[in-house]
Ligand binder design. Structure first.
Ligand SMILES: [Fe+2]
Length: 265
């Protein structure tokens, strides 16, 4: 009989190291989600995952060893690759949320499966563009920052919701208009349209993170801003810096109080 356990299926897609297979498994999970064929009530063993499924390339390197993203053709292509790498990691990140935190309402899994599907769509758009340019995902080094924050917050769904969608993904909202501006005046202006699609979806992802963060704060009867501040101090410190894209963050449901906090840190 076909597997319907949502946690087993999310785990399988998460651990798949082959790009095409991971995307196919993510699409399958999304299709089962839409047709309401998933079972959210069977448990599945939860383990720490230091290395999720990913291909041998890109080689993981330190931020300082990333390829230069200057205004040469190769600099622009390295930038496209860097965004493609973020999207690949974002698939794993969403699948990990759906697999790991097994005591949440059904809607939580439905939300994160939708996110994983949209991230796989973003990854494919960027990888297809790289292919068009004669390159592919894996041709440049990539960093492990997104996954590191995922493992750092695997101890609590509240920490995960506070810091991955609301900090790391929201950083993408802050950065996108500037990145689009750079691409607009280059011969790689096709990226502007791709980034429009990604930006619109990412507002939805940050919104999902915000809604679950506030749900958990309410459930635990703790004050959201104090909780967020404590988690930022614990995991990020002074690295949470602006400028912030206030308009986009408003669309993603950051409250006036939260935006005020961000602008004063
Ligand atoms: Fe994305």
């Amino acid at each position: 009989m076909a597997e319907t356990n949502v946690f087993a299926l999310a785990h399988k897609a998460l651990m798949s190291a082959q790009i095409d297979e991971k995307i196919a498994l993510t699409h399958n999970l999304h299709a089962l989600n839409l047709s309401q064929k998933l079972d959210y009530n069977q448990e599945f063993a939860v383990e720490k995952i230091l290395n999720p499924g990913r291909p041998n390339k890109p080689k993981l390197a330190k931020f300082a060893d990333m390829p230069a993203r200057d205004n040469s053709d190769i600099g622009f292509i390295a930038s496209i690759h860097a965004i493609c790498h973020i999207e690949f990691n974002a698939i794993n990140l969403a699948l990990d949320a759906a697999y790991r935190f097994q005591n949440m309402p059904d809607k939580f899994y439905q939300d994160w499966i939708k996110v994983a599907f949209e991230e796989s769509k973003h990854f494919s758009m960027l990888n297809n563009y790289l292919l068009e340019l004669g390159y592919q995902y894996g041709d440049f080094a990539g960093h492990n920052g997104l996954w590191k924050m995922t493992t750092d917050t695997d101890y609590d769904v509240l920490a995960r919701m506070a810091l991955v969608p609301r900090v790391l993904e929201a950083k993408g909202l802050d950065a996108t208009p500037k990145i689009q501006k750079r691409f607009r005046s280059s011969k790689f202006s096709k990226m502007v349209g791709i980034l429009d699609v990604i930006f619109a979806d990412e507002i939805g992802h940050v919104k999902i993170g915000n809604s679950w963060f506030h749900y958990l704060c309410q459930q635990r009867n703790i004050e959201p801003l104090i909780t967020f501040d404590a988690l930022v101090q614990k995991h990020i410190g002074s690295n949470l810096r602006g400028p912030f894209n206030i308009e986009a963050r408003k669309l993603a449901d950051f409250s006036a109080q939260e935006l005020d906090y961000l602008q004063n840190i």
